[in-house]
Design a protein around this ligand. Structure first.
Ligand code: ATP
Ligand code: MG
Ligand code: MG
Ligand code: MG
Length: 439
């Protein structure tokens, strides 16, 4: 992409309405624009990162064998009356009446809709197990929308639902979700800690929230510092192997890690003092096992091996796709701007031409641009006729992992400058070497 043809409306001033750094940086980097309270437009740069995050979620769900689909945002109130949640959900639900006077709502989550799809189409245990998911916009009329996309009213969520014959099978689905979520967050460069949590209005007993530690997080969390050392890294996970998934879950759920809702001070005090930590965290996902709560209320049964109809065991699983942008930036920035982890960066590498219009500099930039593009590396070429200082400030603000700076002086010696955004370190090297280094 050439910056002269891109739409990157960066702000020089720090927007006064933004209270936390991720919100400020997303506005300054021209990623989002508020349409009205808690509702945002995604400008090209923000949209690119959003899509990257979605892709990672899709890839990891595919690995786990979960099936993507898409449900509508608007739903009829009838199904929610069946489950009893139409009244329970309260003011967070945006209720709408259509021209015929029918009660509708903008889905805050989709247990009812998916259970209806299931009961209309599945009647035998032979069709189980089944896990369906979508990435779709949700609406919750949050009393205090704030922190930009972190607590929006309209927000993008991955929501998944498993249907199983027995509790044991459903716990296997639970384990698959925990493992696939750990991988998902790791690929985004995040440390998200699974913490025992409270199930709230979804209902049920088994639930973990995934929290990214950050001072600006809205949850209070308590954990054993040992959990910070755990990583999946590049170990191979076989999702068909329940024992392996269960082992990984055991590994991550053995060290103490709880949100304030389930915190147990007596248990916490048993951890050696040097490892006891309490801090703030951002909830970037949650998984639930809730058994037969919805299947019983809505008659989602299957015929078991003995011919008897039994309600299916279910769970649901969410990832805050749009909130993740904020969480990643909270976890990865400096005073100059965002520092994107490689997995989600909108562009892999920036090219800064120090003397636009100089034949040699322009030519070298074009060559670099083609070489990087050919390698599938998505360069962003700042080909505008602007001062070098302004170009550097923009690159630092939007936080691409690498910057290649090209100018007539370096080219005389056959070199360009390669700068790593995270470390700030620069080195001079021939253009082809710079391409190899960022690949
Ligand atoms: P919170 O405690 O932050 O209100 P929640 O527990 O109500 O979140 P869930 O129902 O568990 O949310 O939804 C799954 C995920 O969707 C959450 O883990 C979170 O990452 C994301 N999410 C929830 N509400 C919002 C929101 N208002 N804006 C952005 N993302 C959200
Ligand atoms: Mg909430
Ligand atoms: Mg919550
Ligand atoms: Mg939650």
């Amino acid at each position: 992409m050439r910056l002269s043809r891109y739409f990157l409306p960066v702000l020089k001033e720090t927007p006064s309405e933004a209270q936390i750094v991720s919100h400020r940086l997303m506005l300054r980097a021209g990623m989002i624009k508020q349409a009205t309270a808690g509702i945002y437009s995604w400008l090209p740069l923000g949209y690119r990162v959003l899509r990257k995050i979605e892709n990672i979620v899709h890839e990891e769900q595919a690995r786990a064998g979960h099936l993507p689909m898409l449900m509508p945002t608007l739903q009829s109130a009838d199904l929610w009356r069946e489950s009893g949640r139409y009244d329970d959900y309260g003011q967070e639900m945006l209720r709408i009446t259509d021209r015929h006077g029918r009660d509708m709502l903008y889905g805050p989550t989709n247990e009812e809709l998916i259970t209806d799809i299931f009961r209309s189409n599945v009647s035998s245990y032979k069709d189980l197990p089944l896990t369906l998911y979508q990435i779709q916009w949700k609406f919750r009329d949050e009393i205090r929308p704030r922190f930009g996309v972190m607590r929006g009213r309209e927000f993008l969520m991955k929501d998944g639902y498993n249907f199983d014959l027995t509790k044991e099978d459903a716990m296997y689905a639970y384990d698959r979700h925990m493992v696939s979520y750990l991988r998902t967050y790791e690929r985004m460069g995040l440390k998200a800690i699974p913490m025992r949590a409270d199930s709230g209005p979804i209902g049920g007993d088994d639930t973990h929230e995934f929290l990214v530690l950050a001072e600006t997080g809205e949850s209070e969390v308590f954990y054993d510092a040992d959990i910070l050392n755990l990583t999946l890294g590049n170990r191979t996970v076989n999702y068909d192997d329940h024992a392996q998934c269960a082992d990984i879950v055991r590994e991550w759920t053995t060290p103490y890690a709880r949100t304030d809702e389930t915190h147990d001070a007596a248990l916490f005090d048993q951890i050696p003092e040097a490892r006891r930590r309490s801090s703030r965290g951002i909830e970037v996902g949650q998984i639930f096992y809730f058994g037969t709560k919805y299947s019983e209320a809505m008659g989602a049964t299957v015929q078991g091996p003995d011919g008897q109809a039994v309600p299916v065991h279910m769970g649901s699983h969410g990832i805050g796709v749009s909130r993740l942008l904020g969480a990643i930036i909270e976890a990865s920035h400096d005073d100059k701007g965002i520092i994107w982890p490689e997995g989600v960066t909108p562009f892999h590498c920036g090219i800064v031409n120090l003397k636009q219009g100089d034949e040699e500099a322009d030519g070298a930039c074009e060559t670099l641009y083609s070489a990087l593009t050919a390698l599938g590396l998505d360069p962003l070429y700042d080909d505008r006729n602007e001062r070098a200082g302004g170009k550097f400030a923009t690159m630092d603000l939007i936080g691409l992992p690498w910057r290649i700076t090209v100018g007539p002086r370096g080219l005389k010696n056959g070199v360009v400058e390669l700068t790593c955004r995270r470390t700030g370190e620069s080195e001079e090297l021939p253009p082809q070497e710079a391409v190899k280094r960022v690949a």
